[in-house]
Design a protein around this ligand. Sequence first.
Ligand SMILES: Nc1ncnc2c1ncn2[C@@H]1O[C@H](COP(=O)(O)OP(=O)(O)OP(=O)(O)O)[C@@H](O)[C@H]1O
Length: 760
Amino acid sequence: MDNISAGVRKPAVPANSRGSYLSSGLTVSNMGTCYSGDDALLLSRNHGISNVIFPGSLAYSGNRVKPEEPSYTGCEDRMDPIFLSYSQANGVPQESKLATYMNRQNTSTPTSTVNQSLAKNLAGLSLDAVVSLKKVTPQAPEFVPAAGGGGTAGNTVAGNGSPDFLNSFTGLSSSGGPQATFGSRRSSLESPLSASPRLTPQPSPPLSNCSPTPTLDKTPITPVSTYQENVGGTTYFYPTTVAVAGAAGGGEAAGLNSSGMSSGSSVVPSVVLPSFHVYPGTPTHLASIKGKSTTPAAAFYVANEIRMETLHRNALVLAQPDPEQFPELPSEIDNYHELCPLKPVPSNSMHKSQLLGYPMSTYKATNTKTGARYCLRRVHGFRLPNTKCMFLVDMWKHLQHSNIVQLREVFTTKAFGDYSMIFVYDYHPGSETLLMKHFTPSEPLNGYADPFSADPTAPRPYSHQKNALLRQQHGGGSGMLPEGVIWNYIIQLTSALRVIHAAGLACRTLDPTKILLTGRSRLRLSSLAISDVLTFDTTSPNPLQLIPHFQQEDLTALGKVILALACRSLMAVQRENMQTSLDLVARTYSNDLRNVIMYLLTNQQQQQHKSVTDLMPMIGARFYTQLDAIQIRSDVLENEISKEMENGRLCRLLVKLGTVNERPELNLDPTWAETGDRYMLKLFRDYLFHQVSEDGRPWLDMSHVVQCLNKLDTAAPEKICLMSRDEQSILVVSYAELKHCLEQSFEEILNAATKRDQIA
Ligand SMILES: Nc1ncnc2c1ncn2[C@@H]1O[C@H](COP(=O)(O)OP(=O)(O)OP(=O)(O)O)[C@@H](O)[C@H]1O
C-alpha cells in the first residue's frame, strides 16, 4: 500500500517547482459529496489561480442531486461532517471557485436546485458505498489540519504523514489506499465511494512470485461522459450521464457478480474480485520445476528459453528467399508465392530422393490469399496420368493428428518449366529430421562412436575397446540416447501410426529422413500421401488392396527406426548387423525395449498379423510418464501465456493512448489533443511515465506503470490525482472515467479515419 506520508513520490511536476505542490496551500473540497451533488470535485488553490472542477465519484446517478430522488435518503450521519460544516447558503463553500462561479452567474444553475433542498436531502442521503465508512467528526484531531499556510497542513499528509490522519482516512477507503488533503483548509479528496486519489503510486512489488496488491472494489463504476464549461479560463467538468454499476472489472463485464458467480445465482458472494487484471505471479506448483528460469524478469515475462525458441521460429516463418541466390525460382505457383527452399534444390534430375525415388525439393511458401506459410514438396518431372488417386489424397487431407504433418492439397504445375507435382503440407518452422538430429556425424557423440562405422579407427563391434566403451556409456554421460527419449519417440510414432492405420491408410515413409522433430521432442510423420500418389496403380481394380501389406511394412519400418535410434546408427538395421545390434540393445536398455524391437522386426511368416495396438501393453505405464510430462509442460506454457496475455493487453492499451496523446490535430482542430477528455489523458500519461522523485530525478517503476494501465483497462473505480505541468490544475479522476475518455477519444479518431477512407 502507498505511504503517502513518506512524500517520496508525487505526480509529475516541473523540476523547478518540485516539492512545492504539497505545501502551496491547495484547497480541496469534495463538492460532489454533498454540495453540488454533481459529483464534482473542486480543487482550488488558496492563491486563486485557475482550477478545474471534475467529476469525482460516480456514485451519483445524475448530473445534479435531485433532492426528491428517493435513493438519496438516510445518510446524513454517514456523511463526513466536514462537508456539512461547509454547507453554506448555496451548499457550496463560499470561498470555493465553484461558488464564485455560481454567484457570478447568479442564474438558475443546476446547483441552485440543490441549494433549495439540500439541507433536507442531505439528511436523507443514502449511498451504499459509504455505509461502511468510518464516521469522523470535524473535531477529531486527525481531521484538523494546522491552520495557516499550506505548508503545515499539507505536510501533515504529504510530508510528515500523521499516522492518525492517514489511518482515519484509510478506514474510510474501500480501496484501502491512502488519502490526502492539501492546504490550509479542512478538506479531503475523499469521495463518496471512498476511492481516494493516489498521490503516489504503489511501490514496486517484490520481483519473485509477487504482483502488485490489487485494490478490491465492491462497487463497480461506469464512466460517465462529461460536460465541460470554461469560465474565465477555468474549466468546469460535470458528469452528464448516469453511472451504472457493472462496467468495472472483467468479471463484471462478463456478467459475473463480485463473487464470480453468475448474476442470477442466489449464492451469497463470499469473495471480492479485484477490479483490475494483473498477473498474480508464478503458481506454487510450477515454482519448483527444474530448468525453470529464475531471473527476475522471468517472473513477469515469458521465460527466456521459450522466448528464444519462439523468436527463432517466427523469424523462420518470416524468412524470405534471397532472389540473387535463387533466380530460377518462380515468383508464384498456383496460390503460393515467396518460395524459400528448405534444402538445396537438386541441380540435376539424377539426384533422387532416397526414399521416394524421384528428384524432390522442399520449400516454404506463402499462400497468396491467406498469408499463411506452408511447406511445399515438389516432385520433379512427375506427370499424373489421371486423377483416380485423388480419393487417397482426400483421405490424407482429413487425417489430423498431433504427430502428423497434415496434407492440405495436391496440384500439378508447370511453373518450374517441367511437369511437377506439388504436395502442400503444414509448415512447422525449425523442424529437423531425425536423421539430422540423431544420425549426423557432426553431432558430438561425447566419446561414442558408431560401432558400425566403416571408419577403421572407430571401435569395432564387440571388440574389447567397444565393450569398455559401452560400459562407460551405460554409466551415463554417453552419446547413447536415454531410454526415456526412445520411449517418448515410440509413443509418438505409434500414436501417429495408430490413427493412420485406423483410417485405412499406411504411412509408407516411416524413415529417419521423413520424421520431423520440432522443438524439444515433438515428432511428426511427414511426406504422407506422396508414396500413394507416385505408386498409384491406375489399372488395379482395388487400389486399397495393398494397404494391409503396407501397414505391416510400417511396423517393420518402426522397428528399424527404434533399433537405429537405440544404437545411434543407421547401419545397425542392416541385415548383417541386426543380431549384433539386438545384443547391443539388450546390454544397454531394458528388456521391454528389446521386446518391442523384436516384436516389430520378427519375420512376418513367423507371426500372423502385427498391429500397432499390440504395442500398447508393451509401452504400459510409460504412457503415464509421458502424459505427466506433457501436462506439466502444458502447465508451464499456460503460465507463460498468462504473463504475456497481460503484456499483450497492455500493449494494445498503450497503442490507444499513444494514438490519442499529442495528436497534432483532429478534424482540423489543432487543440484537440489538449482539450476536453484528451487533456485528462495527457495528464494521465504524465502520471504514468513522467513522475519525478522529490529531488527531481525521473522516477521509474515498471510496476506503477503496469498497475495503472491494468486499472485503466478494467475501468477501476479507484481515483488518482492528476496535476497539470504548470501546477495550476488538479484533476481527481477515477480510472473508470479515464477509460471512458480514452474510448471516446479513440473512437473519434477511428471515425475520422473511416471518414477519410470513405472520401478516398
Ligand atoms: N512440413 C515441414 N515443415 C518445416 N520444415 C520441413 C517440413 N518438411 C520438411 N522440412 C524440412 O525441410 C528439410 C528438407 O526435408 P526433406 O524431407 O526434403 O529432406 P531430405 O532428407 O532431403 O529428403 P529426401 O532425401 O527425400 O529428398 C528438412 O530440414 C526438414 O526439416
